[in-house]
Design a protein around this ligand. Structure first.
Ligand code: NAD
Length: 252
């Protein structure tokens, strides 16, 4: 087991990549706080973990609300006494160029993808310091490393997540806090699959997402989760401020 006795918070753990991380971390011995705005899917993740004999509980959180973020952290601290690992996987996707993107949608994606990650890190770091350190892993995207056509708000939000994570790495290395970014390529989760399904030719939309990368297929959530596990574990003590692409080669 790679995470024995670790306490991990995973935001967006009700679906997709966040769920795969929560399930893997529990298998590796972590006590997992499954955090999501969606109560049903969050509870379903906890059930999946418990069925496999793991330890987890659900904490409902809208990461854009500082009051909810602080009470989520207080609940985790009360239950498990500490926080070792924070993974920010909660996020939304938005298609559009600058003219198509209205102010409301721009503000919403910045609020969730950047603001939410800012808030969970901001309020979790003091708890980690109290405990002698910790590991933060933020999920950005291949769209945070290179810009993609017709995705301005999403690309800007994910580039900001990388900068935010690297700033934390720089500012808190002396407190034994590591902060690393994982940049998935398009992965088989509701996020891109629902978008493809909404297109006039869903099969063509899916093929386009596959063909843009040398691996010629989409990623699986578990394939992203193993990269996150590396940064969460004590096997990566020298890794901070790192940006790991797991994207089937899309950003070469
Ligand atoms: N799936 C991909 O192709 C892909 C590729 C690159 C990066 N990513 C990133 O990976 C992360 C996870 O994506 P996914 O594919 O698992 O998406 P998903 O839609 O399956 O899951 C996202 C989860 O975030 C939760 N969420 C949304 N807003 C929230 C809020 N305000 N507060 C708390 N929770 C909230 C949702 O309820 C959902 O459970 C996202 O940050 C996404 O941008 C995904």
């Amino acid at each position: 087991m790679r995470l024995p006795n670790k306490v991990a918070i995973i935001t967006g753990a009700g679906s997709g990549i966040g769920r795969a991380i929560a399930v893997l971390f529990a298998q590796e011995g972590a006590k997992v706080a499954v955090s999501d705005i969606d109560k049903d899917s969050g509870r379903a993740t906890v059930d999946m973990i418990k069925e496999k004999g793991g330890e987890a509980f659900f904490v409902s959180t809208d990461i854009t609300d500082p009051v909810q973020v602080q009470s989520m952290l207080a609940e985790v601290k009360k239950r498990y006494k500490k926080v070792d690992i924070l993974v920010n996987s909660a996020g939304i996707f938005l298609v559009g160029n600058i003219v198509d993107t209205n102010e409301e949608m721009w503000n919403k994606i910045m609020d969730i993808n950047v603001g939410g990650t800012f808030l969970t890190c901001k309020y979790c770091i003091p708890l980690m310091i109290e405990n002698g350190g910790g590991s933060i892993i933020n999920i950005a995207s291949e769209a945070g490393l290179t810009v993609w056509k017709g995705l301005i708000a999403y690309c800007v939000s994910k580039t900001a997540v990388i900068a935010l994570t690297n700033s934390i790495a720089l500012d808190f290395a002396s407190k034994n806090i590591r902060a690393n970014t994982v940049c998935p390529g398009t992965t088989e989760t509701p996020m891109p699959l629902n978008w493809a399904a909404s297109q006039p030719d869903p099969e063509k939309a899916r093929r386009a997402m596959e063909e843009v990368r040398p691996a010629n297929r989409l990623g699986k959530p578990e394939e992203i989760a193993y990269g996150v596990l590396y940064f969460a574990s004590d096997e990566s003590p020298y890794a901070t401020g790192a940006v790991l692409s797991i994207d089937g080669g899309a950003t070469v």
